[in-house]
Write a protein that binds this ligand. Structure first.
Ligand code: B12
Length: 218
């Protein structure tokens, strides 16, 4: 095994090519995998593992900001390729509405967008407020749209306080719907910010939303 790779990805795999920022190889492999009928969600998950390695290399100062930007651009292109295959698998309308956004101070949106794409493909209606969304905007849009679920995304440690402020404000305005957080978070963060649920995987988030929607009103 190549010493550059931690145990989780093998050289020559899609995840390793993402981690090595090999744009052409990644895009070619994604097109080939979809053409032979591979599960698009599995393809995204492998790319996500590569992105985690990019993050590790950035922390180890082996990559700089340019590496993060390049990785982000590769994943965005992967999503453009994968989207039609996902939409083909659309599986009905749940009627549930999700208010979504990346919290204030944070501009990471790739994971949020993947969740939004998968959620729409599974029949949820997603109102995506974008990135760097202040707590007051979440609260105002909540009042306007009255969604069934609120989803907050955050990848920075600095995102925890804006998540907490957003949830506090929503609760103060009378919102009782479940709040799910996603991104670089864990159970402790979930408790700190006052969210009801946390997920670190988009598909898990979709299943959770569908379960919560099923409980709604019945
Ligand atoms: C690409 C990237 C960037 C790109 C983002 C491009 C974009 N349009 O999003 C750019 C270059 C802009 C960037 C900037 C920065 N970044 Co950055 N970035 C990353 C990187 C490498 C990958 C993130 C990513 O897209 N992952 C792939 C997606 C698919 O995974 P995901 O986001 O976790 O999402 C999945 C789930 O979490 C879930 N999900 C996500 N959100 C939600 C929401 C809901 C409701 C649900 C249900 C599910 C869900 O679904 C997704 C699919 O399964 C991470 C490393 C990492 N470990 O994540 C660092 C990382 C997040 N960045 C980091 C840093 C430090 C920065 C900068 C501060 C760097 C700088 N010096 O400027 C800036 C901050 C800018 C800002 N204010 O936000 C650190 C954060 C450290 C920390 N603890 O705070 C990380 C962890 C890298 C590291 N190890 O140091 N970054």
């Amino acid at each position: 095994m190549d010493a550059r790779y931690t145990g989780e990805v093998m050289p020559g795999t899609l995840a390793a090519d993402v981690a090595d920022l090999k744009e052409a190889e990644v895009l070619r492999a994604v097109r080939e995998r979809l053409a032979r009928g591979d599960d698009p969600v599995g393809v995204i998950e492998e790319c996500q593992a590569g992105m985690r390695l990019v993050g590790e290399r950035y922390s180890q100062r082996r990559y700089y900001l340019a590496g993060l930007i390049m990785a982000g651009d590769i994943l965005r292109q992967v999503m453009d390729i994968v989207q039609p295959s996902l939409e083909e698998r659309f599986s009905g309308d749940t009627g549930a509405r999700v208010l979504l956004g990346t919290v204030e101070g944070d501009i990471h949106d790739l994971g949020k967008n993947i969740f939004a794409m998968l959620a729409r493909c599974h029949g949820l209606t997603v109102h995506d407020l974008g990135v760097d969304v202040p707590p007051a905007r979440f609260a105002d849009e909540f009042d306007r749209l009255r969604p069934d679920i609120v989803g907050l995304s955050g990848l920075l440690t600095a995102s925890y306080d804006p998540m907490r402020e957003t949830i506090t404000l929503l609760r103060r305005r009378g919102a009782t719907v479940p709040v799910i957080i996603g991104g670089q978070i864990d159970e402790q963060v979930c408790r700190y910010v006052g969210a009801d649920h946390f997920v670190t995987d988009a598909m898990e988030g979709v299943h959770l939303c569908r379960r919560l929607a099923g409980r709604r009103g019945g």
